[in-house]
Design a protein around this ligand. Structure first.
Ligand code: TYD
Length: 207
């Protein structure tokens, strides 16, 4: 008998929108329903993802000290994604495991398109397969900024309010690339239980 392919579910939104929290809740809910789940994230925990995180935090800089080139960073995000898909996500889906990822290709379309030509970013990510469900947590940059301010000490290079405002606008365009019927937009300003309520209904329908 052939194993039924697992579902690939991704969560997207600006920094502070709650993707990490909701990804964990989604995984927990599915497990409680008896579904085999693998929870993961991008940047991934693979070698390229670790490199990306070191650049984002400022721990790793370019030779000579200038800020890391954003086009090179776009390439690293895309490389990490293909590595993540090939080594971690794909094999699990094939084995029937459902994969929940905190961020995916729409992050690149929204963030890297700020510094690089959007059509180039899209091309770099052309080989990344579409998810079965993309949950987009929509939240204005100001609301996200408030949350981040109360919860974080150190900040990544992308967490500036002006930049986040542009990313928020860009996300609305980025998620248009989600195949028809596979996008769920949730108001990220709602209490986290209500956000999850909307996600849970959709998950139950999907499974
Ligand atoms: P994030 O999941 O927010 O990490 P943390 O919870 O550790 O802060 O992701 C790190 C940052 O990387 C975030 O600002 C979004 C950004 N990012 C991109 O710019 N492009 C991408 O393709 C991905 C996956 C993330």
């Amino acid at each position: 008998m052939r194993t039924r392919r697992g579902r690939f579910i991704v969560l997207e939104g600006i920094d502070g929108s709650g993707t990490t929290t909701q990804a964990a809740l989604a995984a927990e809910h599915l497990r409680a329903r008896g579904v085999q789940v693998h929870l993961t994230r991008e940047p991934s925990d693979g070698p390229v993802g670790m490199l990306v995180r070191a650049v984002l935090s400022g721990r790793l800089r370019s030779a000579g000290g200038p800020p890391f080139d954003r086009r090179s960073l776009a390439l690293l995000f895309a490389a990490d994604r293909l590595d993540h898909i090939t080594s971690e996500v794909g094999p699990r889906l094939a084995a029937g495991v459902t994969v929940v990822s905190d961020r995916y290709v729409y992050s690149s379309l929204a963030y890297q398109s700020q510094d690089c030509p959007p059509s180039w970013v899209k091309e770099l990510n052309r080989l990344a397969p579409a998810p079965d469900l993309c949950v987009f947590l929509r939240l204005p940059a100001r609301a996200a900024e408030k949350r981040l301010r109360s919860s974080r000490q150190s900040r990544d290079i992308f967490e500036e309010i002006v930049f986040q405002r542009r990313v928020a606008a860009s996300y609305a365009r980025a998620v248009r690339a989600v195949p028809r019927g596979r996008l769920l937009v949730v108001d990220g300003a709602l209490p986290k239980e209500r956000v999850f309520g909307a996600i849970r209904t959709r998950l139950d329908a999907l499974m």
